[in-house]
Design a binder for this molecule. Structure first.
Ligand SMILES: C[S@@+](CC[C@H](N)C(=O)[O-])C[C@H]1O[C@@H](n2cnc3c(N)ncnc32)[C@H](O)[C@@H]1O
Length: 228
């Protein structure tokens, strides 16, 4: 497949063919097309004419920050019910999927990676819901947003900066903004308020490794300082 052409249907078909559905670890009732030893991203990458490394399949599993936000939605479904929700840095789109499963009015997965957007659609269909997808969201688009969820977007300075700008803008427009994070290096050190914390395991963790503590936090109205 020519990666320069954005063909969502072909990307969805490839994901379905190479990454069979599996239950999301620790989250019964939720399924996704996941990378795992017997369903290898390297074979999918080969089909796409690239390498697993260049494919950067951040969408092929749920990250701990996202898992924390899903636990929060399960514990507090009123957070999403009847609301327009944005899943920023959606990856697999499972936050948007869980929001729809718990009664969100609309859920939009925002991710610049076309494979992630295809995964969001495939995972939504697998869970019997529909989500919308977008490569980016502009400030006008934020006006309609009632809840913005950001799971694990503070792993890289550039992504953190772009995400923080949107979180600040959404907050300034009156949206509720929740972040799920294990304390990655680009997360602001001050200003966020913890709402809940969960213990989760990450893909590839050794069984002997202790679980990660993921915090679900309110993004503040006063833009916080990102670490340098
Ligand atoms: C670490 S993954 C987290 C995925 C998901 N939220 C989760 O918790 O499982 C971060 C995602 O952010 C996306 N991303 C990178 N830059 C972005 C940007 N400027 N705006 C929105 N998403 C971005 C990446 O493509 C990737 O899918």
């Amino acid at each position: 497949m020519d990666l320069t052409q954005d063909d969502p249907a072909a990307r969805i078909a490839l994901i379905r063919a190479h990454l069979p559905l599996a239950e999301v670890p620790g989250l019964p009732g939720l399924v996704h097309h996941a990378a795992r030893p017997e369903a290898r991203v390297s074979r999918l990458a080969e089909k796409l004419g690239t390498t697993a490394e260049d494919l950067a399949p951040f969408w092929a599993w749920l990250w701990p920050g996202g898992a924390g936000l899903i636990h929060y939605i399960r514990a507090h479904p009123e957070t999403v019910q009847g609301r327009v929700v944005v899943d920023l840095g959606a990856g697999s789109g499972l936050l948007a999927v869980e929001a729809m499963r718990h009664g969100a009015r609309r859920a939009v997965c925002v991710d610049p990676d076309p494979m992630a957007r295809a995964a969001c659609r495939a995972n939504a269909a697998a869970n019997g819901v529909e989500v919308e997808v977008a490569a980016a969201i502009d400030l006008a688009g934020l006006d309609a947003v009632e809840l913005l969820l950001a799971g694990d977007v503070f792993y890289d300075p550039e992504v953190a900066q772009a995400s923080a700008a949107l979180l600040n803008a959404a907050k300034a427009r009156g949206a509720e903004v929740l972040v799920g994070d294990i304390g990655r290096h680009c997360l602001p050190k001050a200003g966020l308020t913890e709402r809940a914390a969960y213990e989760v395991r990450d893909v590839g963790d050794a069984p002997s490794q202790p679980p990660w503590r993921v915090r679900v936090m309110d993004w503040p109205a006063v833009p916080p300082q990102l670490p340098r």
